[in-house]
Design a protein. Structure first.
Length: 198
């Protein structure tokens, strides 16, 4: 399997986390890219597993040194993906899965398109947007989860609408109406891009 840089974005509640978790269980050659953040851990989150939790000064040092492939400030906190772990995974022949928002995906796309055409990262770049069948279905899913209050759901819906408007920036799109079908589509895209199936 040739190494891929798989970037997956989706509005909150579209099923991205479930799909990513399944991919990682089935494909041992895919490594999950753990993002850095300056926010505090929530609930059962572990450093180095869910995120690399950095203080603002440390994050800014990395930023100044140009160590991030992509970064953003969201709700007052920094988030970013370090380049070094991705390059070392590629050097070992591993693919890398990035679960990031549409703005981060745009930064990665821009960086990758600036690389020479022979670069392995450019040759293995795969960007996929996962969308719900409709905004109505998404709202229902968020309400059914029972994790968020009404103002939070309203904010997520507003964000989702803006994110779905940018779905056309992605090379591939998967509509997650049925989880099994969406998962099979995702696997087919990855296997085709990696050369497992022509």
């Amino acid at each position: 399997m040739k190494p891929l840089l798989i970037v997956i974005s989706a509005p909150s509640g579209a099923g991205k986390t479930t799909l990513c978790d399944r991919l990682l269980q089935v494909y041992p050659e895919i490594t999950y890219s753990v993002s850095c953040t300056t926010r505090a851990p929530r609930g059962m989150e572990e450093d180095g597993v869910d995120y690399h939790f950095l203080d603002a000064a440390n994050f800014e040092e990395h930023l100044k040194a140009g160590h991030f492939l992509e970064h953003a400030k969201v709700h007052g906190f920094y988030y970013g993906t370090l380049m070094a772990p991705i390059l070392s995974a590629f050097a070992e022949g591993q693919s890398v899965l990035m679960d990031i928002d549409v703005a981060g995906a745009a930064q990665v796309r821009s960086y990758v398109s600036s690389l020479p055409e022979t670069d392995v990262m450019r040759q293995g770049f795969l960007d996929i947007f996962i969308s719900p069948p409709s905004l109505e279905v998404l709202q229902q899913r968020l309400e059914d989860r029972g994790e968020d209050d009404e103002p939070t759901i309203a904010r997520r819906m507003k964000n989702a609408s803006a994110e779905m408007a940018r779905a056309g920036e992605f090379r591939f799109q998967v509509v997650n109406d049925d989880l099994e079908i969406a998962y099979r589509e995702l696997c087919a895209m990855i296997e085709h891009a990696s050369g497992l199936h022509s």
